[in-house]
Structures are given as structure tokens and as C-alpha cells.
Design a protein. Structure first.
Ligand code: MSP
Length: 504
């Protein structure tokens, strides 16, 4: 089955930070897991390059918006490559094909009668590129997110008849209670809808950095319409000479942060309905990363966890693992270097890496590197025989942290198992040879299964370890533990330098 998933596209008014990275990593983890399951995955990310935030920052840096966008988009792309993000395409909203397709879709919305000319009078946040309702602003007419004073706008604009979709959206929400996840985010979207939908600006006449409105070239589209449509337009040109739209639309999953919930859960389905297009299956809303002190990360407070610094010292898998393990997907989470170092040393280096090295060394020493092809310890199979099914269910509910926690139970159990069974003692007594076979086969199989399950989180390390275990296959079908015997009995292992060298 096709599985099309997307991240938010990042503004190129600055350089990528940990919040951007977190979202891309989480989405990548889901994409990799779905590929393991044999799904026909298409994973999209990219950059949002029009609108005021970008034009303003370009000007502040003495560059043309396009030059500024080119420079910063390259930085996002480069970081995603370093983080192992396995996106199938990277869309830039300044791509000519995107621009043409946006015009085509919104022309359709116009032709369908959902656009009219009106005057916008109200509050606007240039940093959010968002027209705020009275209910959304805080004391002193300020933006609740940026806390800056909002500007009062009075402008003749083209309007989108959002209000015409009140009852259709209500019906959609009622029929698809998991359209927005987690439940808290669904409640927030439903509350916005219950407040009653008002028509919104579709175009702007006072800025020029955007996509021209085809029926009125003195206007450009309001950046959010241009941006949201990326999810749809990308499919039409991501592959040279091929249109993937029929194969992948509607999307299965949009992953976004909580600050842009309204756009994705209300505006976006309404635009699609207005253009006679099907609505995506799920929008998953993740939380915000905060500094370890519980405050917003900010350079001036000096509490920023810098992804580049972490990559230098700990490597990409440590960063991926830490963020996915530490922060409950869908909730805010506090992260910092101390917490990362602690989890790196105790979990990755000790519990996982060290367990793997010891197991490989014991198979080498006691069985000349060949994994005994014997039934596994029934006790371990009883406890973890259904682990892969549980992990699958976790993923289906987007409980990424839960998938890791469940898998880690196995890693910890195997650590206790080594201590309990003390293979180095068994090896001294020839009468215990069968018992030793069973222990080694069980350890090998347990680490193998755990590594298949952890592969989406730590692809580099799990991949290397699986190769050293002599069982490089990462198919999800190979993630189970079976009483009948190991999937990889009889294979030969090879040695491996420490996967996660201890760091002080
Ligand atoms: N360009 C819009 C999105 C358009 S999608 C059609 C935008 N860009 S952004 O660069 O400001 O944010 C991109 C994503 O990063 C959003 O999903 C946002 O929620 C997320 N994050 C930005 N800061 C974050 C944290 N501190 N923590 C977690 N995610 C955060 O909004």
C-alpha cells in the first residue's frame, strides 16, 4: 500500500535548528519503519521560501530573497543529509513547477466560486505570516508566539470562503476522529471549528515575494496557501517525466508542530475540498523542544542544544536516539547536553553497544564465530515473542517513544540474561555445552531482533551491527523472536569496533 508522509516545510529566514531537526528525524523514523514493512513509501520535506518572514530577513542581510533562499535552503538540505533523513524529494516553493501548480489549483478554487474580493481589517503577525483573530491575540495586541506587537492591516485582498466549509469540516471531524492526532490536538482543532469559521485572506497586494494570482497579477498568494499546497504539487514533478499524484494522493500523514495546527487541520482540508481534491488521512501534531531548564531555547539564554555540536561529539545516531527516546511524540519535551550524555553512556554505549560487543566476542571465542542453530530460551521467547507486534501497534498509533521503550525492555532483559546465565562459566564445563549453545543463540537472536526494531531510529549503527551479526536483513518480517529457533542460526559473525564509544 502507498504511504505518503510529509514534514512541515521550513522557513528559510534563518538556519536550521534543533526544532526543525526533531520533526525531520521523527518523520524519517516513521518513513523507515513503513519501508521495513514493505509499504510503498514516499517521504517529502522541503523549504517554504515566499512571504514576509523570508523577504524581511533577506533584506536585513542585504540579499535578494531568491539569493537568500538559495543559501539557506542549501543549509537545510545539507543538515538533513547528515542526519540520515531519507526523504524521497526535497521541495522548494520557488520551484517553477510548484508555482505553476499552485496557480492551477487555486484557479480551480476561484472557478468553483470560493474566492471573492474584500477588505481585510485586522491584526497580522509578520513573523507567523498569520492574520490573527481577536481570540488569538494577547494583551497589548501582541502575538502569543512571538510576543511582538502586531500590525494593524487594512488591505484590499482576495478572500477564501473558509466559512463555506464549516459543516463539511464538522462532518469530516465526526467521521474521522483520528484525523488529527494526538487527541489533545484534535480537541484544539475541534474547538477552533466550533468557534465558527471566518473567511480568510487568500492574497496580498503589498508584498511581491510570492506566487502571482493568475486572475489578478497585482496580487500574490498569501504564503500559507502557497506553502500548504507543496504537499500536493510535489507529487506532480518529484520524478522526471512521471506524475506520482494518483499513486500517492491523498497523503497518509502530515507531521507538523503545534504552532501550525490551525493551518493544517482547518485551512488545508478546506482548500482541498474547495478544489475538489481528497483530504489527507492524518495530521500528527508534535510538541516543542524546550531547553533542559524548561525555558524556550534561545541563543541569548545560552541553553540551546546545538545539533551541529552534538553531531561532532556523539554522532548522528546518538542525536536521533536521544530526541526520539526523551521526548514523548506529541508532547513538549526538555532536552539538553547532560541528558544526552547520560542516555548515550548508559543506554547506547553500555546496554546496547556493550551487550553487542560481548555477544559477538563470546560467539567468536566459544563457537569459532558460528551462531549455534538451536531453539531459543523459551523464557525469553515467552516474554518477547510478541514484541514486534507490539512495536508495530505503537507505530500505527505514532507512539515512537513507546516503540523504543518496548524494544529497550528486551535490550535490558538480555543484559540481565547474560549475568544470570554467565556463559563464561558454562564454557568451562563441557557438560554445559548445550546450555551454552542456547544462551549464545538467544543473545544473538535477541540483539538481532532488537536491532531490526531499532533500525529506523539508529539506522547507521543498527545496520553495522546487523552486518556483524551475519544477518543484515532489516525487513520488519525478520523482527520476531520464535520458539522454533533463530532466524539466523548457523551464520558466522564478525567483530565490530565499539558502536558507541564511551564519552566522558
Ligand atoms: N513554513 C512554515 C510551515 C509551512 S508547512 C506547509 C513554518 N516553518 S518553521 O520553519 O517556522 O517551522 C517548521 C516546523 O518546525 C514546524 O512544524 C514547527 O512547529 C517546527 N518547530 C519550530 N520550532 C520548534 C521547536 N522548538 N520544537 C519542535 N518543533 C518546532 O512554520
Amino acid at each position: 500500500m502507498s504511504f505518503y508522509l510529509t514534514t512541515a516545510i521550513d522557513y528559510v529566514n534563518g538556519v536550521p535548528h534543533l526544532g526543525h531537526a526533531y520533526e525531520k528525524i521523527a518523520t524519517d523514523v516513521i518513513a523507515r519503519h513503513m519501508r521495513q514493512r514493505g509499504e510503498d513509501v514516499f517521504f517529502l520535506t522541503g523549504t517554504d521560501e515566499h512571504g514576509e518572514p523570508v523577504a524581511d530577513s533577506a533584506r536585513a542581510n542585504g540579499l535578494e530573497p531568491q539569493q537568500w533562499a538559495d543559501r539557506n535552503a542549501a543549509r537545510f538540505k545539507a543538515l538533513w543529509q547528515r542526519l540520515g533523513i531519507s526523504n524521497d524529494f526535497f521541495i522548494r516553493t520557488t520551484d517553477a513547477q510548484h508555482e505553476a501548480k499552485v496557480q492551477e489549483v487555486l484557479q480551480k478554487v476561484y472557478d468553483n466560486g470560493f474566492v471573492y474580493k474584500g477588505v481585510y481589517e485586522g491584526w497580522y503577525c509578520p513573523r507567523c505570516a498569520d492574520f490573527k483573530t481577536e481570540a488569538e491575540i494577547i494583551e497589548g495586541n501582541r502575538c502569543p508566539i512571538h510576543e511582538i506587537e502586531l500590525t494593524r492591516e487594512h488591505e484590499e485582498n482576495w478572500f477564501f470562503k473558509l466559512s463555506a466549509f464549516q459543516s463539511q469540516l464538522e462532518a469530516h471531524f465526526a467521521q474521522h476522529p483520528d484525523f488529527v492526532q494526538p487527541a489533545r490536538a484534535m480537541n484544539e482543532a475541534a474547538a477552533f471549528l466550533e468557534g465558527g469559521l471566518q473567511d480568510i485572506s487568500l492574497s496580498r497586494s503589498q508584498i511581491s515575494w510570492g506566487i502571482t494570482v493568475p486572475w489578478d497579477p497585482s496580487h500574490v498568494f498569501y504564503v500559507w496557501f502557497d506553502a500548504l499546497l507543496n504537499y500536493y504539487t510535489a507529487l506532480s514533478y518529484a520524478r522526471d517525466g512521471e506524475d506520482l499524484t494518483d499513486r500517492y494522493w491523498p497523503a497518509q500523514l502530515h507531521v507538523i508542530g503545534k504552532d501550525i495546527l490551525k493551518f493544517h487541520t482547518i485551512f488545508w482540508p478546506a482548500v482541498l475540498l474547495a478544489a475538489d481534491l481528497p483530504v489527507p488521512e492524518h495530521v500528527f501534531v508534535h510538541g516543542f523542544l524546550m531547553a533542559a531548564d524548561g525555558r524556550k531555547m534561545s541563543k541569548s539564554l545560552g541553553n540551546v542544544l546545538d545539533p551541529f555540536e552534538v553531531l561532532e561529539t556523539y554522532g548522528v545516531d546518538a542525536l536521533r536516539y536521544y530526541l526520539m527516546r526523551e521526548v514523548v511524540f506529541g508532547a513538549d519535551g526538555a532536552v539538553g547536553l547532560e541528558g544526552l550524555a547520560a542516555r548515550y553512556n548508559s543506554e547506547l554505549a553500555n546496554e546496547y553497544g556493550n551487550l553487542a560487543s560481548r555477544t559477538l566476542a563470546m560467539i567468536e571465542r566459544y563457537r569459532a564465530g558460528v551462531v549455534p542453530d538451536v531453539p531459543l530460551d523459551p523464557e525469553i521467547v515467552r516474554e518477547f515473542g510478541d514484541l514486534s507486534e507490539r512495536v508495530k501497534a505503537r507505530f500505527d498509533n505514532f507512539e515512537l517513544h513507546g516503540a523504543i521503550a518496548d524494544t529497550w525492555e528486551l535490550v535490558r532483559r538480555l543484559n540481565r540474561y547474560v549475568e544470570e546465565r554467565a556463559p563464561w562459566q558454562l564454557a568451562k564445563d563441557p557438560a554445559q555445552s548445550q546450555a551454552l549453545d542456547q544462551v549464545l543463540a538467544t543473545l544473538h537472536e535477541g540483539i538481532r531482533a532488537a536491532s531490526v526494531l531499532l533500525y529506523p531510529i539508529v539506522p547507521g549503527s543498527a545496520g553495522k551491527l546487523l552486518a556483524a551479526l551475519g544477518a543484515p536483513d532489516t525487513d520488519f518480517a525478520k523482527a520476531g523472536l520464535s520458539a522454533a529457533g533463530p532466524l539466523a542460526g548457523g551464520v558466522t559473525v564478525s567483530s565490530l569496533p565499539p558502536l558507541f564509544p564511551k564519552r566522558s
